[in-house]
Design a protein around this ligand. Structure first.
Ligand code: ATP
Ligand code: MG
Length: 437
């Protein structure tokens, strides 16, 4: 007997006691078979939605997607999703079934699911229902479509990316027929909405097996992000010729922590160097390319901004600079961006020739300097200064850009240790500078 949360036990029991079949299905069963804590529980039942509502009439019930058979019941403050057994008709839009009919047989419901590992049902009374060998695929760590992969991908094109995502996240191998079918049918992916693509891509990027999937399915990735296709076969500028720029990018991703903003920055940090462009132009072009890709994929404005900031500063030269230089860099980029840039640079070096590993020391020192400054509340932003714009104006300076310039001058004085961050000394420091000017 599986150890289930109280509200799930209660929901399953209520349905069963009312004469309906009720199963757990999908991710929760998969997770439990992998001895991992489940994070969301999907219940499927022989009761049609109106019957579910009747069984739970004393509870708050939300008609989440009633046409598709999904009802959410609030049990002890926790929402529990219940979906009626469904049979699906043909798919003519490549994403949704044309119609859905309810069924009394759990087997119909399992047939419509994408992957064998997601198509195992569990009932407290009847145990597992495993029509497609999902349990053995979980044990053997295999991603396999339910039935014919060509047919399943033709019905719903998103499944192609879901197979890749589950392989990346779970570290499972995609079975040969499913794998060939993904390559054969990759063009389908271009018809799926960017929102859905991006949501799968984000999970894929943060998966433990991301490197292998990004390399093995680079053809799919290039259809989604054509800007990366130019890296394919492209020799790296300082590389040893052993692998191309795309492989370098993927290696770099694999050396970053599985945090979405860092992985997206790694993915887009090295879009090809346009011939003849100087360093500043190159950074600007990469920043623009990254912003275009992320905007097209409907990434949020805040995340796009975070990623582009990292890319904008990732060419900054941190090697060999002293503590003051590191603090100046953190002040310019912002502490959070500066730390992320160092993490990306670290990944970049780790994915290079070990000859360059000695550069890691400088990066680790720089990270320590920034963390120490942060912990000690060292001023790295004009907002952290013990004086403000009003104080500068009271020194006789006119409102305008000079005020900001003087605050930045004072900040640099604090960063370089020329003056301490206290009001009196700062005002003197600024006044002396005004006199000289
Ligand atoms: P997780 O929530 O960890 O991403 P999950 O398996 O619960 O994994 P969901 O996207 O929540 O995935 O979907 C729940 C279940 O619904 C899946 O396990 C699968 O059985 C089925 N499913 C979801 N999307 C599809 C699809 N596009 N085609 C077929 N079946 C699907
Ligand atoms: Mg789920």
């Amino acid at each position: 007997m599986l150890d289930l949360p109280d509200e799930i036990n209660y929901t399953l029991d209520r349905l069963y006691d009312s004469g309906y079949e009720a199963y757990l299905v999908g991710g929760a069963v998969r997770d439990m078979l992998m001895h991992k804590p489940a994070h969301d529980y999907d219940i499927t039942t022989s009761a049609i939605p109106s019957e579910v509502e009747r069984v739970f009439s004393s509870h708050r019930v939300v008609e989440t997607g009633i046409r598709h058979g999904t009802v959410t019941v609030i049990v002890n403050g926790t929402p529990v999703e219940i979906t009626s057994f469904r049979r699906e008709s043909a798919y003519s839009d490549g994403r949704h079934p044309d119609s859905v009919t309810f069924s009394k047989d759990v087997r119909d419901d399992l047939c419509r699911r994408d992957l064998t590992i997601n198509a195992v049902a569990y009932s407290k009374q009847k145990g597992y229902v495993d029509l497609f060998g999902g349990i053995s695929d979980i044990e053997n760590r295999i991603i396999r479509c339910v039935g014919s992969p060509d047919e399943r991908f033709a019905e719903d094109h998103l499944r192609l990316l879901r197979a890749m995502r589950f392989s990346s996240v779970l570290g499972f191998t995609i079975e040969e027929q499913t794998k060939q079918s993904i390559h054969r049918n990759k063009k389908y992916i271009q018809t799926v909405s960017y929102e859905r693509v991006f949501s799968e891509l984000c999970k894929l990027l943060c998966g433990e097996n991301a490197k292998q999937i990004l390399l093995e399915y680079s053809d799919v990735i290039f259809l989604l992000i054509p800007e990366l296709a130019v890296q394919h076969g492209c020799e790296r500028e300082y590389g040893d010729g052993g692998y191309d720029l795309y492989t370098h990018t993927v290696n770099c991703i694999s050396y970053t922590e599985p945090l979405l903003h860092l992985r997206l920055a790694a993915l887009l940090h090295d879009t090809v160097k346009p011939s003849g462009a100087n360093a500043a132009d190159t950074v600007r072009i990469r920043d623009t390319v990254a912003a275009n890709v992320l905007t097209r994929l409907r990434c949020s404005a805040a995340l796009t901004d975070t990623v582009c900031r990292i890319i904008r500063y990732c060419d900054a030269d941190i090697n060999g600079i002293d503590k003051v230089g590191v603090k100046r860099f953190a002040s310019k980029a912002g502490i959070k961006t500066a730390k992320d840039v160092i993490k990306l640079k670290r990944a970049d070096i780790l994915s290079e020739d070990p000859r360059y590993y000695s550069r890691l020391n400088d990066l680790n020192t720089a990270l320590d300097v920034i963390c120490e400054a942060e912990e000690n509340g060292v001023a790295l932003n004009v907002r952290d200064l013990a004086v403000n714009g009003g104080d500068i104006i009271s020194l006789g300076v006119k409102r305008g850009p000079l005020v900001g310039e003087l605050l930045r001058y004072a900040l640099d004085g604090v960063i370089s240790g020329e003056v301490c961050n206290e009001r009196g000394p700062l005002l003197e420091f600024i006044a002396a500078h005004i006199k000289v000017k």
